[in-house]
Design a protein around this ligand. Structure first.
Ligand code: LLP
Length: 435
């Protein structure tokens, strides 16, 4: 049963329930398409990382990668759970400020940070900038002089490990737009520039090896590579990092094929590896930082759609179309990502049909799910697609001038609108007349 793969239940009416609320009531109250988050699952995900570090007694920061899903309410929940925050743009930083996120717990990423972005980060006194390239070192140095301020930085390095569909490959000469290459001298050159800069407090190293990773091996390989370099810098410059940031990428279950290890197990293994290397190099254990995005928001969210038209092609397939699609979930079209779903109003009924779920956009590639087993399906049924909490709303578009869908949070049987549905006025509000 599909529900076995997802943290939701059926109620006595046979409807899908989320956070103690009937999903059909939510669809009726707020309309569809609708992103719905069970806040207790967001909190549980946050705690599974934070508590594991606490139990292990190591200093750590768990920074939510807000690109996965950024909204004022989401960042408020993450703040309540004591996490730090990873932002990659002025828009994400602005949202964090709106949510009253403590600036000292915000880290800024980006491979092309602008003067405006860096200025805002420095003015707010954010906790850390993750420096990505030489151009940026120059910009930060100039801005810090102008503001007469100092800032903590990490250096982002590319260790030459990539996670490809849950396996790791060594890519020798890393071909990436992000970070300093660890092996060709660039990281060493950047290290010296940062280490010797009087306005910069060089806190440590960062790497991010990929996304939707199911085990600890890749993080452990990255740790080994980073420590190799740290060992060199320690010998040459007596440098000991205060922080080691191993990035995000912790995988979630989209379909039954996905089998991520519990986050606590992955964290335990990577902490053990860091400790092992620190002791090998006779160094104090650095603070360990990680940046989970998908693992915090992904499985806590689902999307409700209303079924509209149906097209049967005898001997080929049945298409059913819903009132959203690639504008609210780009991942199937962009990455051929797979999802599971149920008819929320018929979730207890036996499966009899196989349908392919199409979006509304004027584009053949706008398909949400191929070959979904469902009970007898008709227009006005409500389809719930699971695990849409990460990179759904955050990657939404206005293609075909669809207004962006609303977001509702549910917790303890209460629902609350946290992002309004866009109106057609919102869609045209920046248009200017040419007559
Ligand atoms: N830290 C850094 C430096 C990153 O680049 C990313 C994701 C994360 C953390 C968070 O990764 P997560 O824990 O969410 O896997 N749009 C794609 C995912 C792009 C991820 C980019 N960087 C998707 O929908 O699968």
């Amino acid at each position: 049963m599909i529900l076995d793969n997802h943290p939701f239940e059926l109620n006595s009416k046979g409807h899908l329930e989320i956070g103690g609320v009937d999903s059909i009531n939510l669809a009726n109250k707020y309309g569809t398409p609708l992103y719905v988050y069970d806040v207790s699952i967001i909190r549980e995900n946050c705690r599974s990382f934070v508590d594991t570090f606490k139990d292990l007694g190591v200093s750590a920061q768990v920074a939510y990668a807000s690109k996965a899903f950024s909204s004022t309410a989401m960042l408020q929940v993450v703040k309540q759970e004591g996490l730090s925050l990873d932002v990659v743009s002025q828009g994400e930083l602005y949202t964090a400020i709106q949510a009253d996120f403590p600036p000292s717990k915000i880290h800024m990423h980006g491979n092309n940070k602008s003067v405006e972005e860096l200025s805002m980060a420095i003015e707010y006194g954010i906790g850390c900038i993750v420096v990505d390239n030489f151009f940026e070192i120059d910009l930060i140095s100039k801005l810090l002089k102008k503001y007469n301020k100092t800032i903590d930085v990490l250096i982002r390095v590319t260790p030459g490990i990539e996670s490809k569909t849950h396996q790791y490959i060594m890519t020798g000469n890393e071909d990436s737009k992000f970070g300093f290459n660890l092996h060709n001298g660039q990281a060493d050159k950047a290290f010296l520039q940062l280490y010797n800069n009087e306005n910069i407090h060089f806190k440590g190293l960062h790497c991010h090896i990929g996304s939707q990773i199911f085990e600890a091996d890749g993080f452990k390989m990255a740790t080994t590579m980073l420590f190799k370099k740290i060992g060199e810098w320690n010998k040459l410059h007596d440098y000991t990092p205060e922080v080691l940031n191993l990035g995000g990428g912790f995988g979630i279950r989209y379909t039954k094929e996905d089998t991520p290890l519990p986050y606590s197990s992955v964290v335990k293994e990577l902490v053990a590896k860091v400790k092992e290397h620190a002791s090998m190099f006779d160094m104090t254990i650095p603070e360990i930082w990680i940046e989970p995005g998908r693992a915090i928001a992904g499985n806590a969210g689902l999307t409700l759609y209303t079924v509209g038209s149906k097209k049967d092609i005898p001997g080929v397939r049945s298409y059913v179309s819903v009132d959203g699609g690639m504008t609210d979930n780009l991942r199937p079209a962009l990455y051929q990502a797979k999802y599971e779903g149920v008819l929320a109003n018929k979730a207890a009924q036996p499966v009899t049909d196989l349908v392919s779920v199409a979006g509304k956009c004027c584009e053949s590639g706008d398909m949400l799910i191929w070959d979904l087993p469902v009970p007898e399906i008709g227009s006005n049924d409500i389809l719930a697609v699971f695990s849409t909490g990460a990179y759904g709303y955050s990657m939404a578009s206005h293609y075909n001038r669809f207004p962006n869908a609303a977001v509702v949070f549910v917790e303890n049987g209460q629902d609350k609108l946290v992002v309004r549905r866009e109106s057609f006025h919102d869609v045209v509000k920046n248009d200017l007349s040419y007559e």
